[in-house]
Design a protein around this ligand. Structure first.
Ligand code: IVH
Length: 697
């Protein structure tokens, strides 16, 4: 087993790259996972970052800010629009069927009693409301007339979406009988029936349906031409009046909602509950979970609020959330479906993983037809059998999982699953290690394919244009087997492949040239060595500086040189590589010293791949690593090559032309067509100050 801290670090890093990946998809308007699943990833990331004591400046920036769209006027909020603290069902291993625990909630309630200096036996009335999964909006009514609608944005300032909201007829244009001015906050959302009708239309016109109502709603509200938006059927739920003038307002949340209703605003009085005891509030949330599948809109939880508004100013919140409310999050959606078969996948280092082949089912917004069964002992523990009805869930995990079997629905004549004894791809006898089963044949065609995919992937050599489908083709048609072969491919051969052509082939040749220079750490990551993740690869590269020094060391370690062992895996304390335990070291150095890895490294050397450490890890900035930047115009203080050098030192990539794949465009004076293109594509723009802030300079 690896060192526990290393396991956490590996998970932390994997999460950071998953979050970056999903953020990118979200920004491109093609999310793969529901927002709740994304939130879960971020929650787990924050938890690990705390546990590992990662300094704040090295964490990925989670301040909401991605919401600003070019072309929209930004408006400052009178008071910040914050998030809510959450109590969540926490179930990483798929075991048990939990809702948030009462204990979590009562400890929040206790803290509030203490903050307010209220005796334990004196109860605070609580109002429970559904937490609609939409986008928050701030509405300004002047003399009862809707004046302005603004998105949450980064919490301090948001985008002016007045035209869109008015055209969508999503909120009242007038509040009946109101003469004063006020700000009302609430949620814009897309009711499920209107959303499906819209998707049906898209399908009919041969277009791709939208992934989920929340993102769909956000997209409509950012439409530059809002004409005719009312056909979409966007609705709202208004729940807060943070500011008012010349208005006698009620003093409890319950009465505020009644007052809003009286003025003609959409509030769901039937859906809320005024509790006089915390247990009752909590119980209402639990019961409401059962109504969730039957509601006409999506909710991701409940909000429990102190009902007495006079207490709010006495509670100091954090910059992230107030202390007068808490969100009760529902567990991820779970659906039953038929297990049609169990297939076995072979991973890059030979690990065999069972995968459930399912009757397609809609779970949390996307159709699922395959799900992970994790490993064989887990499959056996759950006794999952072909023909069973199984429950599928998409929690914080991106890959949907089989959580349990519905034994009542098990048909007769099913059989327990028998573990494979031979690799399904190459037929080699499998070997067992810990709880896993491996194919020991390094030339197994599935292993070769997975290793090449991994080698070309973003976290490793980042060979742009060499995606999964092309890898398959270069193996089958060009006889590529080893990572170094990738750099020997000929442009003319590439141009002849399916869906390629001269231009793509030429681009791929360029990407290959660029990839050669990524440095030792990325090469090490790309070699698919078991237990060797990004952090450890960087530590090894920084410590040994060149591949020769590293291979030399591996050889000595392998031969049992006590000095070498003492250096990385001493009996007591930690060696020169943080978090590397003896067993991990044994495994990593054995692979590094093996003839096959040495052979690949020699091959990479011959084709001119840089095998030396490139930069110090300490310069890398999380959030910049792997991101692509384009510079345009002249910056006030930095010269262009200075800016490039800073970006590269932080782990970013500097490109010359703007495309959908560009993450940031840095804009200076007299910026030209690159700026226009970036605006058209909705790419994040930075000025020099923004760049320096991102680089934490
Ligand atoms: S009260 C400090 N009440 O949930 C924010 N929020 O995760 C206080 N939301 O930004 C918000 N339904 O967009 C409140 N009944 C409700 C809500 C609700 C949905 C959203 C809102 C907020 C987010 C916080």
């Amino acid at each position: 087993m690896s060192h526990p801290k290393q396991l956490l670090l590996d998970e932390y890093e994997a999460l950071a790259s998953q979050i970056a990946y999903h953020e990118r998809l979200y920004r491109d308007g093609v999310p793969e996972i529901p927002d709740a699943a994304f939130d879960d990833l971020v929650d787990r990331y924050q938890q690990l970052a705390d546990e590992l004591e990662i300094p704040p400046e090295q964490r990925i920036d989670q301040t909401p800010g991605v919401d600003h769209t070019d072309g929209f006027v930004q408006v400052e909020h009178r008071s910040p629009m914050l998030s809510l603290e959450k109590i969540s069902p926490y179930r990483r291993d798929g075991k048990g069927d939990s809702l948030p625990s009462l204990g979590q909630f009562l400890s929040w309630y206790d803290r509030r009693q203490k903050d307010l200096g209220i005796h334990r036996h004196e109860q605070l009335p609580l109002l429970v409301e559904p937490k609609i999964d939409g986008i928050s909006v701030s509405l300004l009514y002047v003399r009862g007339q809707l004046q302005r609608a603004v998105t949450r944005g980064d919490g301090k300032k948001g985008d002016d979406i007045t035209r869109q909201v008015k055209s969508a007829r999503a909120v009242p244009e007038r509040l009946d009988g109101v003469r004063g001015s006020l700000e009302v906050r609430g949620e814009l959302y897309w009711p499920l029936d209107a959303f499906s009708a819209h998707n049906q239309k898209l399908i009919l016109f041969g277009e791709k349906p939208l992934a989920n109502p929340r993102n769909g709603c956000a997209g409509l509200m950012k439409r530059k031409d809002p004409e005719g938006l009312h056909h979409a059927g966007i609705r709202s739920f208004l729940y807060q009046i943070p500011w008012s003038e010349d208005l006698p307002l009620p003093t409890s949340q319950f009465e505020v909602l009644q007052w809003l209703k009286h003025c003609g605003a959409p509030v769901y009085l039937d859906e809320i509950f005024l509790a006089h005891h915390p247990h009752d509030a909590f119980h209402y949330c639990e019961q409401y979970a059962e109504r969730r599948p039957h509601l006409p809109y999506e909710i991701d939880g409940m909000v429990i609020k102190l009902d007495r508004l006079d207490l709010y100013s006495r509670l100091e919140g954090t910059g992230h959330h107030p202390h007068w409310a808490i969100a009760y999050k529902f567990p991820p959606e779970r659906k039953p479906t038929l297990l049609k078969g169990i297939t076995v996948q072979v991973g890059k280092s030979g690990k065999l993983t069972p995968v459930a082949e399912l009757e397609p089912v809609l779970v949390a917004g996307t159709t699922v037809s395959r799900a992970s069964l994790h490993n064989f002992p887990e499959l056996e523990r759950k006794d999952v059998r072909v023909g069973d009805t199984v429950f599928i869930e998409k929690a914080g995990e991106i890959i949907p999982q089989v959580v349990s079997v519905d034994l009542d629905k098990r048909p007769i004549n099913t059989e327990s699953y028998a573990r494979p004894t031979a690799c399904p791809a190459c037929g080699a006898d499998v070997v067992s290690e810990d709880i896993f089963i491996y194919c020991p044949n390094p030339s197994c065609p599935h292993q070769v394919r997975e290793r090449l995919r991994h080698f070309a992937s973003r976290g490793a050599m980042d060979i742009e244009g060499l995606g999964a489908a092309l890898v398959e083709q270069v193996i089958d048609k060009l006889g590529v087997v080893s990572p170094d072969d990738v750099f020997r491919m000929k442009e003319a051969d590439l141009a002849g492949l399916e869906r390629m052509g001269k231009k793509s082939a030429a681009n791929l040749m360029k990407s290959l040239q660029i990839a050669k220079d990524r440095g030792l750490a990325r090469v090490l990551v790309g070699l698919s060595i078991r237990h060797l993740g990004t952090t450890m690869a960087e530590d090894l590269a920084n410590h040994f500086e060149s591949v020769d020094a590293l291979l030399d060391f591996a050889q000595r370690y392998r031969q049992g040189d006590p000095q070498a062992i003492e250096q990385v895996a001493p009996e007591k304390g930690s060696g020169v590589i943080e978090g590397m335990a003896r067993k991990t070291a044994d495994s990593i150095f054995a692979e590094l010293a093996s003839p096959s890895v040495r052979g690949v490294i020699e091959g990479l050397r011959q084709v001119g791949v840089l095998l030396e450490a490139k930069r110090q890890l300490s310069d890398a900035v999380v959030g910049v690593v792997g991101k692509s930047f384009v510079l345009t115009g002249s910056l006030p203080t930095l010269k262009r090559d200075e800016a490039s050098a800073l970006i590269k030192a932080a782990g970013g990539i500097v490109g010359t032309s703007v495309s959908k794949k560009t993450d940031y465009v840095v804009v200076g004076q007299d910026a030209g067509s690159k700026l226009d293109k970036a605006q058209k594509l909705g790419i994040n723009l930075l000025d020099e100050a923004g760049l320096l802030a991102l680089l934490r300079k």
